[in-house]
Design a protein around this ligand. Structure first.
Ligand SMILES: *[C@@H]1O[C@H](CO)[C@@H](O)[C@H](O)[C@H]1NC(C)=O
Length: 190
């Protein structure tokens, strides 16, 4: 069946207008699609218990997910560093404990900026948030690098856990950049 052009010309603009007022699910999907790890982005943020209605919500939610996982990794590492089998393993683990503690601290600072965003200091705060989140990612990567020379079950557990933390942090960094480029910035009153 051929659709008369005049009908298309009425409905196509309506369709594109509708997509500008994204439903939360649409916003989530369109925000995750170009994240570093899109599947993980969708899974973690669609099961997030807080609000995910705006780019600002999504950036906060992504950082919270990352913070929660970094804290979990931190307590795992702290106990593993005591029970480590070899000297080399314990050394790698105790380095990691520090790096992941740094990452927890950096992610808390990131979240702090995102919680207190104001229109008049938006640029500065976003630049801080980006700096802290990149620092967190670097700390996580440094921990992973330290495990290259260690073998065994602890290594694979730590790697799995830290790789997951680094992936959600990388997604959080992407959400921060997206928030910086979104129109949300104009809705923050000074
Ligand atoms: C945020 O966006 C502005 C304008 O596009 C840009 O100049 C600035 O470098 C960006 N800041 C961050 C932290 O990405």
């Amino acid at each position: 069946m051929k659709i008369p052009f005049f009908i298309l010309s009425v409905f196509l603009p309506l369709l594109s207008a509708a997509s500008k007022h994204d439903s939360p699910q649409d916003l989530l999907r369109s925000s995750c699609v170009h994240a570093s790890y899109p599947g993980l982005c969708l899974r973690t943020l669609s099961s997030y218990s807080g609000p995910t209605n705006t780019p600002r919500d999504l950036a906060r939610a992504a950082v919270k997910v990352s913070l929660t996982r970094a804290r979990k990794a931190s307590s795992y590492l702290t106990s593993a560093s005591v029970t480590g089998k070899s000297k080399r393993e314990r050394a790698a683990l105790s380095d990691c404990v520090e790096q992941v503690a740094d990452s927890v601290d950096e992610l808390s600072r990131t979240l702090g900026e995102l919680k207190r965003l104001r229109g008049e200091t938006f640029e500065f705060q976003m630049s801080n948030a980006q700096t802290w989140a990149s620092a967190a990612l670097t700390s996580e990567d440094t921990c992973l690098d330290g495990f290259e020379r260690v073998d065994g079950k602890v290594k694979s557990d730590v790697k799995k856990m830290l790789m997951n933390v680094a992936k959600v942090t990388s997604n959080a960094l992407y959400m921060i950049n997206r928030l910086n480029e979104s129109h949300d910035r104009h809705q923050l009153n000074p």
